[in-house]
Design a protein around this ligand. Sequence first.
Ligand code: ZN
Length: 160
Amino acid sequence: MKNKNYNRNPEGHNQWILRSNEEIQKIIDKHPTWTKKDFRGEEKKNSIKILTRKETERKGLIFKKSVYRKKFKNNKLQCSICKKLKTLNEFPNDIHGWKNKKRSNCSECDIDRNFNYLNNMNSFEKKIFYKKIYKDLNDQQLTNKRKRQKKYYYETFKNN
Ligand SMILES: [Zn+2]
């Protein structure tokens, strides 16, 4: 009997798209010296296509040439500020960040950094800063902001 799985991809769908980033990262970590091209079978180190181009271009994966590679261990990345090893989802996404759109400092440190940044502003600079932020909020975000402020005032003044 013929194995049904050999009749693969009759409609031209990309079956590999179902692999998760975690699965792909595991494959990448088996060959820490390989580049994206190596995984696609385009270089001397490997001639078998292990990952598709789409997979190698996915955001959040750590390859050899990534600026993160040497700071990446057991699926954890070292924060450039607190030096702790943390999982990737503990780092903020940022279009101005590194190549894979992650910042090199963890979310916790990023919040501290932003706090200090605000703290060092004078009141006029702060006013402009917040005006800019609130201008870009959508209705849902504005509602959430009002809720947060209400809660803040309630908790700040309830004991007075
Ligand atoms: Zn940190």
